[in-house]
Design a protein around this ligand. Structure first.
Ligand code: F6R
Length: 615
């Protein structure tokens, strides 16, 4: 939610900042801005409503020189998206510019108090309070920039990653974080800032991940950055090497990141299983389980917390863990869990699932569960992000950066890790039979190949999408392991095509939603040949009797459903518990192609952002 980028060194900052903003645009894209200090120490700030490309067009005729600068791409929280509310914001003195990702919760009180002291505000944002406060303290108390920033951060309540430049301190950028991510890149006589490492890796692979309440002072005349806490005590941080390459964050010939990420899934799942599944030895190993056996084997209960797509993966995880481990599992929305009063103790294990590793609600839920004594296991994608650092242990899904706002490969990666988790823990507990354990491992290993075959259905799905593009409502039905797949399919369609869609357990249809069904309401049914097949076939008959058109996801060779449905997509046969890994592919594609037919921006759908770092 909002992307921030900074540069200080010997090169022109502007092209680096613009490229960085484009890499971070998935975090927010309703307005963008840049602040540059040119070589006469003039502070130039350019801001526009719209995307980074609009900012580029706007700044093209302006003075964009300077080797120090900060830039921001916004996802509005306080104040509508327009050029005034866009960042950077400038303090009353005109000397200081600041960018911010997060929310300042006590901004109203601070704003009033500053206004009473004569400070005039220009925007409706919470962020402006921060820059006005820093500016006010610096001028009023006649202190240096670092002291002003430290003092201000002690006063504000909320979440932030900020970067500040000051034309009276032209060799320095100061940045800080609390509950919002911030990475410092260390180059040769140059330094970078980013909400994640993607704007940095083109220039250096050496980074420092800042922790909460770290303030970093970056001076272009010094070899090293200086990090202090709110009390000005020095903090040492390890410089780490990021394992991220440019190909991973570029489209690689695909028209959209979402399509690239759909097609990457076979390779992603191989990466996810590498070193964990050994088909020769019929074994699955997760080091986090081996290292934390006593906590996990003796878990009285497992609670899965997550949001959105990750929550859907959690629903599949519940069935996998209950099947193979015989441990009761609850799945909670992190946003509800954090404000409930859950009965949790040290015999409970909480699994937190998050692609970005930065979701504010999931982080807060983790903190609550930790306080109550639970053991926390993270399942995340973004390496070094806040959630893996807040958990006791965990497993990365290793699917590479996911940039399309609608999650695809992270979902199948999460389900794959949950499958391995359930099998490995089931084996440790002796609750899964050897025969089943071996059979599922062997088949899990076959999934990437089956997925590759399945991905060839692209043209068929495109055809189907054309037929159904003009529907205003969709229903998605599935049962058992495929019920969460139906929820996920509906979410994908909503997110990128703005068509209303509901996911339901197929048999629940009779208890209400059937009233909606008519010829105008296409119904997507996952009707694979598993234990509940016959029941789903009956549901399809009920739908057809009400004249709705059915798009059915069926098992290879199915004839019964094919004869009933208006369109069918065949899936390769697999184990029932692994069907979500295959069944989600045509639903991702359906959402993608319908959105394309409607001319929507699939990678940057309206009102959404990739990483939800605010409540
Ligand atoms: C949907 C989507 C969101 C996220 C949700 C949680 O396509 O991407 O629903 O799944 O915001 O995000 P993470 O997994 O980063 O915690």
């Amino acid at each position: 939610m909002c992307g921030i980028v900074g540069y200080i060194g010997k090169k022109d900052a502007y092209p680096i900042l613009i490229k960085g903003l484009k890499r971070l645009e998935y975090r927010g894209y309703d307005s963008a801005g840049v602040a540059l200090l040119n070589n006469t120490n003039q502070l130039n700030v350019y801001k526009t409503k719209g995307k980074v490309a609009d900012l580029e067009a706007y700044a093209s005729e302006k003075d964009i020189s300077g080797c120090i600068g900060i830039a921001h791409t916004r996802w509005a929280t306080h104040g509508e998206p327009n050029s005034t509310n866009a960042h950077p914001h400038i303090g009353a003195s005109g000397n200081i510019a600041l960018i911010h990702n997060g929310i300042i919760e006590n901004y109203a009180v601070l704003k009033q108090s500053l206004q009473e002291k004569g400070v005039q505000f220009r925007s409706n944002t919470d962020t402006e309070v921060l820059v006005q406060l820093i500016d006010f303290i610096k001028t009023d108390k006649k202190v240096d920039l670092l002291t002003a920033v430290r003092t201000a951060l002690k006063i504000v309540i909320g979440a932030y990653a900020i970067a500040v430049i000051d034309k009276t301190n032209p060799d320095v950028v100061i940045a800080a974080r609390k509950s919002s991510p911030l990475v410092v890149g260390i180059g040769e006589e140059e330094f970078f800032l980013g909400s994640d490492a993607s704007p940095i890796i083109e220039y250096t692979d050496k980074v420092i991940y800042l922790d909460d309440e770290d303030i970093v002072v970056i001076d272009r005349n010094k070899k090293d950055v200086e990090i202090v806490d709110f009390n000005n005590e020095k903090i040492e941080h390890e410089i780490v090497t990021v394992e991220l390459n440019l190909a991973q964050i570029e489209k690689g010939g695909f028209p959209h990141f979402m399509l690239k990420e759909i097609f990457e899934q076979p390779d992603c799942l191989m990466d996810c299983m590498r070193g964990r599944i050994n088909v020769e030895a019929n074994n699955v190993t997760l080091s986090a389980i081996i290292d934390n056996k006593e906590h996990l084997i003796n878990a009285r209960r497992i609670i899965i917390i997550a949001c959105g797509t990750s929550w859907h993966a959690g629903l599949i995880g519940k069935q996998l863990i209950e099947n193979f481990c015989q441990i009761p599992v609850e799945v909670e929305y992190a946003s509800e869990f954090r404000y409930s009063n859950p009965v949790i103790n040290n015999q409970d294990v909480v699994i937190a699932i998050s692609q970005s590793g930065e979701t504010a609600d999931t982080l807060a839920a983790i903190e609550l569960a930790k306080k109550k004594g639970a053991f926390i296991y993270g399942i995340c994608n973004a390496i070094g992000s806040s959630i893996p650092r807040a958990t006791h242990t965990g497993s990365y899904i290793h699917v590479g950066p996911e940039i399309g706002v609608a999650s695809t490969k992270a979902f199948t990666g999460q389900v794959t890790v949950l499958t391995m988790f359930a099998l490995a823990l089931g084996k440790e507990r002796g609750s899964v039979s050897e025969e089943e354990y071996v059979r599922i491992i062997q088949e899990l290993n076959n999934i990437p190949e089956k997925m590759k075959e399945l991905l060839k259905i692209g043209d068929d799905v495109k055809q189907i999408s054309r037929i159904f593009t003009y529907a205003h409502n969709f229903l998605y039905l599935g049962r058992g392991f495929n019920y969460p797949v139906a929820l996920e399919g509906a979410l994908k369609l909503k997110e990128i095509s703005y068509i209303h869609a509901e996911g339901y357990p197929a048999a629940e249809m009779k208890h209400g939603p059937i009233a909606l069904i008519d010829a105008e309401m296409p119904v997507v049914v996952i009707a694979t040949k598993n234990a509940l097949y016959e029941k789903v076939v009956s549901n399809i008959q009920e739908i057809k009797a009400r004249k709705a058109r059915v798009i059915a996801i069926v098992s290879e060779g199915d004839v019964t459903v094919k004869n009933m449905a208006d369109a069918t997509i065949e899936l390769p046969q697999t184990e029932e518990c692994l069907e979500p890994l295959l069944a989600s592919i045509p639903l991702q594609m359906l959402a993608y192609y319908i959105a394309i037919c409607k001319g929507k921006d699939v990678d940057q759908p309206r009102n959404l952002a990739k990483s939800v770092t605010v409540e």
